[in-house]
Ligand binder design. Structure first.
Ligand code: PCA
Length: 204
């Protein structure tokens, strides 16, 4: 059975849930587009996230990798196009100042592009009326570090699709963030299923 490694993050910044793990754990074990989902929960921190995802890749030898993460404040699903070799553990609290130049992987390339059929995924989400867009920055925190290290680790296996999807807050988080956008988990979960089905078709 071919596995798709699906990662989701622990709650952080005082939240009780993280939409990314809520969805990943829900999909664990499902068979979608010929790929069996293996979900892994990831700690929030650049180094820890990078180690967890590379460890999971070594252990499960997945046919495809999708990272999920929460991007509170974004209005729709973000299909990340780029991961950069920059690790800023100040996280989302860092609204100003210079993040410095700490790399995710020392001596590695400045950036990698996602290896997912983003246009086809976007088309399918549009067809199902699920709001999504392609994003040109995954930030410089744990989500970017996870995406970067997965792409770096699998750089010699170009046939393995690797990418990352940022999610808005879950609607259950909206009482804490009344002026920020959110989506109900079932809609986001369906979106991730659709993305995986498109990836599965691209491998068939
Ligand atoms: N979002 C953060 C880290 C964990 C998460 O879910 C980020 O965007 O980097």
């Amino acid at each position: 059975m071919q596995l798709l490694l699906l990662t989701g993050f622990e709650p952080f910044h005082g939240e009780r849930i993280n939409s990314s793990w809520e969805i990943a754990r829900q999909l664990d074990g499902e068979l979608i587009g010929g790929l069996q989902i293996k979900s892994v929960r990831v700690p929030v921190g650049c180094g820890k996230a990078a180690r967890r995802v590379t460890g999971a890749i070594v252990r499960y030898r997945p046919r495809a990798v999708i990272g999920l993460g929460e991007a509170g404040g974004r209005p729709c699903l973000s299909l990340e196009r780029v991961a950069i070799n920059l690790a800023d553990d100040r996280g989302n609290h860092a609204r100003s100042g210079d993040p410095g130049v700490t790399p995710v992987v020392r001596g590695a390339p400045d950036a990698y592009f996602a290896r997912l059929p983003l246009a086809a995924i976007l088309r399918e989400l549009d067809r199902k009326h699920i709001p999504a867009s392609v994003s040109l920055t995954a930030g410089a925190y744990a989500c970017n570090a996870l995406m970067y290290s997965a792409l770096h680790h699998l750089r010699r296996k170009p046939g393995v699709p690797v990418g990352f999807i940022h999610l808005p807050y879950d609607a259950r988080q909206s009482p804490r963030h009344r002026s920020l956008p959110s989506l109900p988990i079932p809609i986001m979960e369906n979106a991730v299923r659709i993305a995986i089905a498109v990836i599965g078709r691209s491998l068939a």
